[in-house]
Write a protein that binds this ligand. Sequence first.
Ligand code: UDP
Length: 249
Amino acid sequence: MVSRVVPVCKYKRILLKLSGEFLLNKETGSGIDPDAAAYVAGRIGAAVKMKVQTAVVIGGGNIIRGGSVSSRRMDRVIADHMGMLVTVINTLALKDALERMGIEARIQSAVSMDKFAELVNADRAVRHLKKGRVVLYAGGTGNPFFTTDSAAALRAAEIGADVLLKATNVEGVYSADPRKNPEAILFKKLTYAEALDRRLGVMDAAAFSLCMEAGIPAVVFNFFRKRSIEDVLEGRSVGTVVSHGNQGG
Ligand code: UDP
């Protein structure tokens, strides 16, 4: 008789942070591509199949990042409001892609959007997660001058996630930009303090501070490497673990 080995997951509840750029149409370089959304949904589905409770924060970098818009051309607060609205559109695209795969998902928004989404509510989110539904967080923190990295850390703390998985398109945290500097070294582990001191571009300081405060380890990993989600969840040494130094790795 063939016995199937069920993978043992290191984490029970995760908060996955995705960049809005993951939804870009690679040919036109803009907007939301249903094929890209399907790829992302498939990767989220891999975690769901492993029975890991999965909450997701997605950014809006595929259309607008408020901080990148020149203040001479647009008011920062308005640009940030636009960025937050993009994240709502992105969660709708992801919900569609997930449900096409038969995966139930609920959107919770930090800004009232009652035709499309519930308001953020941690207890309700946890109930969804326990029922195997993916919770998609929209609207970031609901405040300008923040990023969706901070929203990810905030939501991870609210729902008591075991880890924040920060998905990127490089292997993890490097000593320099690996796309510009071939000598750049990949760190396997960092403490929060080291991550903060180094002012790493990979995740903002407010997000690292929140993770440190809540004691939630962050794993920075390559979302596009084959089976990377599975490897992280099964506890293999993938990407960079940022923690107090005695956890998460
Ligand atoms: N944003 C904001 N407050 C938040 C989260 C996001 O004002 O709590 C705005 C901000 O302008 C940000 C944009 O939404 O640049 C898109 O989010 P982010 O840059 O984090 O997206 P990503 O780079 O992850 O795609």
